[in-house]
Design a protein around this ligand. Sequence first.
Ligand code: TXA
Ligand code: MG
Length: 333
Amino acid sequence: MSVALDTRVMKAGSAAIDAAARCLAAGRLVAFPTETVYGLGADATNGAAVARLYAAKGRPAFNPLIAHVADVAAARRLGEFDRAADRLAALWPGPLTLVLRKASMCPVADLATAGLDTIALRVPSHGTARAILAGFGKPVVAPSANRSGHVSPSTAEHVAADLFGAIDLIVDGGPAPVGLESTIVACLDARPVLLRPGAISRAAIEQALGEALLDQGESPSLADGEAPQAPGQLASHYAPRTRLRLKADAVRPGEVLLAFGPVLPAGAERAALVLNLSPRGDLVEAAANLFSHLRALDAAGAGTIAVMPVPTAGLGEAINDRLTRAAAPRRED
Ligand code: TXA
Ligand code: MG
């Protein structure tokens, strides 16, 4: 599935910035420096580009990504700013990420936010990052530009060691000045919550805020009793209201169907709704459709969503991870 790409490496400058903006517009993957670490960027509004990004990183699960924008005005179009978020936005541009409720007209692909109704936003201060974002003119999702499980890269050489041949362009802007990821703060309830300690200290954030930050376990909407898998991961998976029945080889009465591939199972013709992740059986296409299809099937109000088996190769592992989580029994049950 991963065809080796001809990765270009360009020194930061106007030619590299133009090339980066063109690559992003074409749905390709670009590693670029930020003040914290190098990010691996994709057009946040292009689900297929986001799916390729997860594939290049080799992520076993679809963790929600940070949408990077050129300025605060662009961030305001993507998330709902409460009073705390308004105060913290004064620290932008800079190494701070805010998790907010997604704005109703937010154009960011469902896959980029892992199907959540929240979104992580950041306005980086690095000159090259800002120039690429301004040149491209749309939000760019950018996880750290390392393969999953490796440490975050602070130089273009680190990026190349992990991702050469898997991405299209590396913009080399020298060492990232901070070398540590952004601090992540969620502004979702009355009190803001520190999700990931990072490049801006808790004290600096509390000063801008004028109040103390809560820790994750103290937050009403983020502490869901599950152990976090990684910083910023508590409760951050999408859960449809409708039950899922996985590996379905037939559709039962009253079920809607999440299909995969060209051959539908017995009973599909009487399902009230059939949505196919990828009629041609392509896992990148399936990943791009996963959360939007789940939402649409959930909204159909059926008793159960039957889910056809999805292969576990490549992005299939992450797709199956998300389906298994979505099928897990609800706590209210
Ligand atoms: O400094 C940084 O933040 C770098 C540079 C490239 O900007 N990016 C970075 O991205 O560290 P990444 O994907 O490696 O880490 C993003 C973190 C993950 O732990 C993810 O779970 C969390 O942000 N996150 C993203 N959206 C979230 C959401 N809606 N709710 C909770 N956590 C979220
Ligand atoms: Mg990372």
